[in-house]
Design a protein around this ligand. Structure first.
Ligand SMILES: NC(=O)C1=CN([C@@H]2O[C@H](COP(=O)(O)OP(=O)(O)OC[C@H]3O[C@@H](n4cnc5c(N)ncnc54)[C@H](O)[C@@H]3O)[C@@H](O)[C@H]2O)C=CC1
Ligand SMILES: O=C(O)C1=N[C@H](C(=O)O)C[C@H](O)C1
Length: 269
């Protein structure tokens, strides 16, 4: 019988990292073969299962990506922009599929990931859940159907620890709305209104970010017309939805030719 695909989790001690360690180590379709953390993190050197407060999993936490990926077919990475960009070249060297959930990437970071994708299979999405990827498609369709008399506003709510805004998901939804309208998001995005802003510009797409407590992630796309509003909403109540999507992406990517892919490719949407 052939061995199950080996998966490494980057950022193992993080909110998403812990979810992924649990999911992959319990999966009948994959093996956890590595866990990475940043140099100096107190988990480095410990067994990842024990560091999480459970039974040993036989996988030590490492701060050496090439060593951790030596026996891996894929690495799942929900960390921070600088860590993700640095890992992309190493994942390409290790010939491991790189699944990226990290958000807050700059245009320059994305250009660097595109360069790495010439030699590596990279699957990146600001949201790995089935529900949000469906919502992206619905948003594009509604934006196509309703003209600029309907003002588009995207409102997102997340836990108090989130460091980037707008969320990666809000940006995916904004891109889809702009595509539906046949415009470029950069030209119509209104981010961070404050003070005497003047009246709303017709055709613009507004973004608002709420941060507080332990909210996993909520996104509303509001199409506000005169006398009526259409509101598309996704509410995440469990981070497992993102972890499941990421593992699905990793398994889908194994054996694919190098290139940049997203969850629409994985889910066939
Ligand atoms: N695409 C999606 O579906 C989702 C994306 N995210 C994104 O994933 C990222 C992480 O989110 P959380 O887990 O909530 O954050 P977190 O702060 O709990 O975890 C990040 C982890 O990355 C580690 N890290 C930082 N630099 C590193 C390095 N050089 N090497 C290895 N590990 C390193 C940190 O030590 C920490 O453990 C964020 O950008 C977030 O927006 C979160 C949930 C879903
Ligand atoms: O940081 C988070 O938690 C999340 N980040 C992603 C985003 O930026 O959209 C996905 C999800 O909403 C949770």
């Amino acid at each position: 019988m052939s061995e199950l695909p080996g998966i490494v989790v980057n950022g193992a001690s993080g909110r998403m990292g812990r979810m992924l360690v649990k999911l992959v180590s319990e999966s009948p379709a994959a093996r956890l073969v590595g866990a990475l953390e940043r140099p100096g993190h107190d988990w480095v050197g410990q067994d990842v299962g024990e560091a999480m407060g459970g039974a040993a999993l036989g996988v030590p936490v490492s701060d050496d990506p090439l060593e951790a990926m030596a026996k891996a077919q894929a690495v799942i990475d929900f960390t921070a922009p600088a860590a993700t960009v640095a890992l992309a070249d190493l994942a390409a060297q290790a010939r491991a599929v790189h699944v990226i959930g990290t958000t807050g990437l700059t245009d320059d970071d994305i250009t660097r990931l595109a360069a790495a994708a010439r030699h590596a299979t990279i699957i990146r999405a600001g949201n790995m859940s089935l529900g949000v990827n469906l919502l992206v498609q619905l948003t594009r369709k509604v934006a196509e159907a309703l003209d600029e008399a309907f003002d588009i506003e995207i409102v997102e709510t997340h836990h108090k620890h989130k460091v980037d805004a707008p969320s990666g998901t809000a940006l995916m939804l904004g891109e889809a709305a702009a595509e539906g309208r046949g415009v470029e998001l950069d030209r119509v995005a209104d981010r961070g209104r404050d003070g005497i802003t003047g009246a709303r510009t017709e055709g613009h797409i507004g973004f608002s970010a709420i941060r507080g407590g332990d909210v996993v992630g909520e996104h509303d796309v509001i199409f506000a017309g005169t006398g009526e509003r259409v509101i598309l909403r996704h509410v995440a109540t469990d981070r497992a939805i993102f972890a499941r999507g990421a593992l699905k992406a990793a398994l889908w990517g194994i054996g694919r030719k190098p290139g940049s892919y997203d969850m629409m490719d994985v889910l066939g949407l």
